[in-house]
Design a protein around this ligand. Structure first.
Ligand code: DUC
Ligand code: ZN
Ligand code: ZN
Length: 471
C-alpha cells in the first residue's frame, strides 16, 4: 500500500466530546485514518505524552484594518498569521471592513489583495457593514453571502462605523433572508459619548478613564437592544467580546426565551482588569490595555468563568486588534492626541498568539474547564458557528489535517521578546502559563515546532464558508 504522508503517533487525541489514545494518518493534507497503530508513513511525529487537538480557530481577529484616524495596525496578514501559527492556530477569521461611502464588494476585493500569498495559516473573512446603502442591502450583501462570506459584524458605537437602530434592523432583515450570521459590537454610543464628555470636563483624561467611559451599563443596554432587534426580525445573532456579568445575563435572559443568541468572550476578560488601565500610577502605560469593551473587575472575571463553564459562551476568540504602543512618528497608542484624552487612544490589544495558552493555563490547568470544553470553545464551536465545520475544528476522517500538539506540563512566561506579532508589547507580559502548544500542523505540514515557525507565507489559503451549522 502506498505510504501515508504523515503519521502522528501515540498522542492523546482530544475532541470537543472525547479523549482517547490513537494514531492519526494524513494524506494529501487530509486526515485519512484514525486507529490504534499507523506505521506506513513517509514522516512520523512522536506525540507520546502530548495532547493532539484540532488546530485553533480564532473567530475574531483584526489585521491590516483601516482606522478612522489613519493609525496603522501593527499586524498585516504575514505577521498576524505567523503569530497565529506560533500560538497553535490553523485558521483565523479577520474582518473585511467597508469604509463609509465605499462599495462593500470593492473593500472585500482589496482585502483579498492584502491577504493573497501572505498567509501562514488558513483565513476566511467576516464582513463589517458600516454603510448599508440600498445597493449594499439589495445587491452586494446578498451576493457576498452566496459567495461564502456568511457572517458580518455591525457596530452600535464608533462614529465611523456605527449603525442607527433602523439601519441595524435593515441589515438584520437581509441576514434573515440570506441566512447569514450577524455579529454585534454591543456598546451604547450615546452613553459612551455622555460619559466621555463628563470625564473630560472634570479633567479625567488618562487612559484609565476609557474603562469608565465604556461602562458595563452601556454594554448591557446595547446587548439587550441588539437582542430585541434580533427577536423582532427573527434572526440568530452573536454578541461578540462580552466583558462581564451584566451583558452575559442579557444573553441568558434571551436564551431562556428560546432566542438564538450566541456569545463570545476573550482573554482580556479573564486575564486583565480595569486596574491594568491605570498603569503604575495613572500613567500612560495604561494605554497598553485600552480595548473595547474594556476589561472589568475580579467579580466580572468570575462571571465570565461561570459562563465559560455553563455553556453561556459558545466561543473564545482573541479579538486581536494590534497597535504599537510607541510606534514611529506618533503612530502608536502613545501619540500626542492620545495624551490629551483617552478617547484618542486606538482601541484594541494584540492576543492571537496568547489566546490558547491563556485559556489552557487559566482554564484547563487550573481545573476550571475540561480539556474537551477548551477544544469546543477555541476550535470546534467557532468552526461550526462560522460555517467551516467539519473541514475545520474537528479530528475526523475527511477533515483537513489541522492539528496542534500540546504539552500540558510545559511551563512558560509570556514575554514580548518571544512573540511573533508586529506589536511592540504584549498586555500579558510576565504571565505564568502551564500548558503550551509545541507543534502546529496545517493540512499535514508542520508550520511551528517548539516555538520556531517553520511555515512560510503562502502556506495558508483562503476558505470560503457555508451557512452556519448553528442556524
Ligand atoms: N472592537 C473590536 O471588535 N475589536 C477592537 C476594538 C473594537 O471596538
Ligand atoms: Zn468590536
Ligand atoms: Zn474585534
Amino acid at each position: 500500500m502506498t505510504p501515508l504522508d504523515l503519521a502522528i503517533r501515540g498522542g492523546t487525541i482530544v475532541t470537543a466530546s472525547d479523549s482517547f489514545i490513537a494514531d492519526i494518518g494524513v494524506r494529501g493534507g487530509k486526515i485519512v485514518q484514525i486507529s490504534e497503530t499507523i506505521e506506513n508513513a513517509l514522516e512520523t511525529v512522536d506525540a507520546t505524552g502530548l495532547m493532539v487537538l484540532p488546530g485553533g480557530v480564532d473567530g475574531h481577529v483584526h489585521l491590516s484594518q483601516p482606522t478612522s484616524d489613519g493609525t496603522v495596525m501593527a499586524d498585516d496578514f504575514e505577521s498576524g498569521t505567523r503569530s497565529a501559527a506560533a500560538g497553535g492556530n490553523t485558521t483565523i477569521l479577520p474582518f473585511a471592513l467597508q469604509e463609509k461611502g465605499r462599495s462593500l464588494r470593492q473593500c472585500v476585493t482589496e482585502y483579498h489583495e492584502k491577504a493573497e500569498g501572505n498567509c501562514l495559516v488558513d483565513v476566511s473573512f467576516h464582513l463589517i457593514v458600516s454603510d448599508p446603502t440600498p445597493q449594499v442591502l439589495g445587491q452586494e450583501l446578498p451576493a457576498l453571502v452566496k459567495d461564502g462570506y456568511t457572517s458580518f459584524k455591525v457596530f452600535m458605537t464608533y462614529d465611523d462605523l456605527m449603525l442607527t437602530d433602523s439601519q441595524l434592523l435593515e441589515v438584520f432583515e437581509v441576514a434573515r433572508r440570506e441566512k447569514a450570521l450577524v455579529m454585534v459590537h454591543a456598546e451604547g454610543h450615546d452613553a459612551i459619548k455622555h460619559m466621555t464628555r463628563k470625564l473630560e470636563e472634570s479633567g479625567k483624561t488618562a487612559p484609565y478613564y476609557h474603562a469608565l467611559a465604556h461602562s458595563e451599563i452601556a454594554e448591557r443596554e446595547a446587548t439587550h437592544r441588539a437582542i430585541s432587534h434580533a427577536q423582532l426580525t427573527d434572526i440568530p445573532i452573536v454578541i461578540v467580546h462580552v466583558s462581564g456579568r451584566d451583558p452575559m445575563e442579557q444573553i441568558q435572559w434571551a436564551r431562556k426565551r428560546g432566542l438564538k443568541v450566541f456569545a463570545e468572550t476573550c482573554p482580556q476578560y479573564i486575564a486583565l482588569t480595569k486596574d491594568d488601565l491605570q498603569g503604575l500610577n495613572m500613567d500612560f502605560e495604561g494605554a497598553k490595555y485600552v480595548c473595547s469593551p474594556p476589561p472589568r473587575d475580579q467579580a466580572g472575571q468570575d462571571a465570565i468563568w461561570e459562563g465559560l463553564r455553563d455553556g453561556t459562551f459558545d466561543i473564545f476568540s482573541s479579538d486581536h486588534a494590534p497597535f504599537q504602543f510607541q510606534g514611529s512618528n506618533n503612530t502608536g497608542k502613545d501619540n500626542p492626541n492620545a495624551r490629551t484624552s483617552f478617547k484618542w487612544v486606538p482601541n484594541g490589544i494584540p492576543g492571537v498568539e496568547t489566546r490558547l495558552p491563556i485559556l489552557f493555563s487559566e482554564g484547563v490547568s487550573k481545573g476550571r474547564i475540561s480539556i474537551e470544553r477548551f477544544v469546543a470553545l477555541t476550535s470546534t464551536n467557532p468552526a461550526r458557528l462560522y460555517g467551516l465545520y467539519p473541514r475545520k475544528g474537528s479530528l475526523v476522517v475527511g477533515a483537513d489535517a489541522d492539528i496542534v500538539l500540546w504539552d500540558r506540563e510545559k511551563t512558560a512566561t509570556i514575554r514580548q521578546q518571544d512573540l511573533h506579532h508586529g506589536a511592540d508589547y504584549t498586555p500579558y507580559e510576565g504571565m505564568e502559563i502551564t500548558g503550551w502548544p509545541v507543534r502546529t500542523i496545517l493540512r499535514g505540514k508542520t508550520i511551528m515546532v517548539d516555538g520556531e515557525v517553520t511555515g512560510s507565507k503562502g502556506d495558508g489559503a483562503y476558505c470560503s464558508r457555508e451557512i452556519s451549522d448553528f442556524i
